[in-house]
Design a binder for this molecule. Structure first.
Ligand code: SAH
Length: 227
């Protein structure tokens, strides 16, 4: 069974974009993941296919219409489609590796990409959309946020990562950030590799990595240790 994402967007040409290469690109080629796009414009109103209107109550910018978005969502996810419905939104719950892993274990997702000032609140309620943020900053549209989410999900799908173990020790998988990494050459610009890493003592390597991970986490992200 493959992971199927339906992305609702005004800019379908942005997909798969950077996900067309490397790990994700090969997963898409094999069909382990499928990214379909739904052009919101196709559900626009009238000859000009209008998708937005001015904000009720006044103010700058435009708001995406609830009726247009609902028609696009109902087309992408007919009754009985149980995939989670996500709205990329700076107001959403910040995306975590735990949520990414949950999504990767499911059948896929409907992903709505906002533009302009955002979307009419009523479609969020009426179609039970889960608002997801990729961080505390504002993008010009939800497409890049959707690409970020999909990249994080696709690399976790079975068979996608070359070395399955490389997913285990990474930042956020435990409560710790990752330890420092080194590779050849043994000396570079006068800098050497910590001796323990070339000692061949696997127990000592494990202990060094854990201690380094704990130190870096305490310094940079103490919230991960107490959270
Ligand atoms: N006026 C809105 C911002 C709209 S930005 C506000 O102040 O909350 C336009 C669109 O970009 C949003 O609808 C959303 O889909 C997307 N977007 C912007 N920042 C994002 C973020 N941090 N995470 C996820 N999506 C984001």
């Amino acid at each position: 069974m493959s992971f199927r994402a339906s992305v609702l967007t005004l800019y379908p040409e942005m997909f798969p974009g950077p996900l067309g290469v490397s790990l994700a690109g090969r997963a898409l080629e094999r069909g382990d993941a499928v990214i379909e796009t739904v052009a919101i414009r196709d559900f626009g109103i009238g000859r000009h296919r209008l998708v937005d209107d001015t904000p009720s109550g006044g103010g700058p910018g435009m708001v995406m219409r609830a009726d247009v978005l609902a028609a696009a969502i109902d087309h992408a996810a007919p009754a009985g489609d149980t995939r989670p419905r996500l709205l990329m939104s700076p107001r959403g719950r910040p995306l975590t590796q735990a949520r990414v892993r949950q999504l990767a274990e499911g059948e896929g997702a409907i992903i709505l990409c906002g533009r302009f000032e955002g979307v009419d609140e009523r479609v969020i309620e009426g179609r039970s959309l889960e608002e997801v943020s990729i961080g505390d900053y504002v993008l010009s549209g939800g497409e890049i946020a959707a690409l970020v989410l999909l990249d994080a999900v696709i690399r976790l799908l079975p068979g996608v990562m070359g070395n399955a173990a490389s997913g285990e020790w990474e930042s956020f998988e435990g409560a710790l950030l990752e330890h420092p990494q080194y590779t050849r050459p043994a000396e570079w610009e006068g800098r050497t590799i910590p001796k323990v890493l070339t000692s061949g003592d696997h127990g000592a390597v494990e202990r060094w990595r854990r201690e380094a991970a704990e130190r870096i986490t305490a310094e940079r992200r103490p919230d991960l240790l107490t959270g």
